[in-house]
Ligand binder design. Structure first.
Ligand code: KIV
Length: 262
């Protein structure tokens, strides 16, 4: 299994592969395929729980899903998101909730959305021995502030602010940073400005690694594909066809056959 040191050492030598999992079987398959990091993202609020945003996701949800992921991928480095309002209100809540996630779920590290404004929380969590991955650029927990999911880093001012945040996070001790939906040239500048790995999502090819939501890249959702997702399958369509076939077999008496009976 990778460690925070071996992950950091991958910068400038090998691209890092990170994908999401929320349960056992996906985690099992990700480990078998050899991904570097499994992210138990709070995107589970939308993908797994069917919510419109990640905002309602709780620390208990994150612990529950990470435990299932850990059972499927005991030898892969697991990063678990700290959900909305588990760290923003105070340093002490941030430490308590990060501690719960690590102690109860088996995660190897936590990921926190935010830049300069959450540096005290990041420092405090690292001080108690918990590795932290940063997350800058588009922060889905702030969807109400943005009024949607915009591309960031489009102006010089935004790019400068993102670089400042990345440098501050590195100084605070994070071992890597996720950069979401940032203009490719700005993401490249962020990647150059720090000596820890930058893992991009919708942020171009110059990052040190890439992360996607597994359900998106497998094509579970027929009607929704963000521009930055490359679909490797249309699994949703195939599942639908198989379930329709099964229903037809049951209703017509074709299933179960002799070979499925005792
Ligand atoms: O919650 C999540 O899945 C994430 C990724 C989109 C980076 O944070």
């Amino acid at each position: 299994m990778l460690t925070i040191n071996s992950i950091t050492a991958l910068k400038n030598s090998k691209k890092i592969v990170m994908l999401t999992a929320y349960e056992y079987i996906t985690a099992f398959l990700l480990e078998k395929a050899g991904v570097d990091i499994i992210l138990v993202g709070d995107s589970l609020g939308m993908v797994f729980q069917g919510r419109k945003e990640t905002i309602p996701v709780t620390v208990d949800d994150m612990i529950y899903h990470t435990k299932a992921v850990k059972r499927g991928a005991a030898d892969t480095f697991i990063v678990t998101d700290m959900p909305f309002m588990s760290y923003q209100a105070s340093v002490s809540e941030a430490k308590k909730n990060a501690g719960r996630i690590i102690k109860e779920s088996g995660a190897n590290a936590v990921k926190i959305e935010g830049g300069l404004e959450i540096i005290p929380q990041v420092k405090a969590i690292i001080e108690i021995g918990i590795p932290v991955m940063g997350h800058i650029g588009l922060q889905p927990q702030s969807v109400k502030k943005y009024g949607g999911y915009p591309v960031l880093g489009k102006t010089d001012k935004e790019e400068k602010e993102l670089i400042q945040s990345a440098i501050a996070l590195e100084k605070a001790g994070v071992f890597a940073i996720t950069v979401e939906k940032v203009k490719a040239s700005a993401a490249a500048a962020i990647t150059k400005s720090v000596s820890i790995p930058v893992i991009g999502i919708g942020s171009g090819a110059k990052c040190d690694g890439q992360v996607l939501v597994t359900h998106d890249m497998l094509g579970f959702f027929p009607d929704f594909t963000p521009k930055f997702v490359k679909k490797y399958d249309t699994i949703g369509k195939r599942v639908l066809a198989d379930i329709t076939k099964f229903s037809g077999d049951v209703r017509s008496g074709r299933f179960p056959g002799k070979k499925h009976s005792f």
